[in-house]
Design a protein around this ligand. Sequence first.
Ligand SMILES: [Zn+2]
Length: 104
Amino acid sequence: MDMTVLAVAAAWAAFMIYLIWYFAKAKHYAPLSMEEAQLLWKIHKARDDCNSKTWSEIHRGGKMVGFRCGCGYKHIQKRPVKAPKTTSTMSFTTLYQVQEGPRQ
Ligand SMILES: [Zn+2]
């Protein structure tokens, strides 16, 4: 069995599972608390090296679901922040193990 073909096939399978999961959840907005929005904004600033001092809330259906940074960055929360991501975590773990396996 060619390990490269196997790894690519497994990666595609994991990617397709992720896509199905993503699009299944994509239409649902998740409300954000002010603390979560501020935390996500700080994460964005650190990760994207952003120096903006302002941000504004994005509302959908009367609830805050995201924020817009002064630099133009926009974040919309599509799923609850604290919910465990069992499906995607599992597929990522599988992908990681398949990719790392042949090199050892
Ligand atoms: Zn920013």
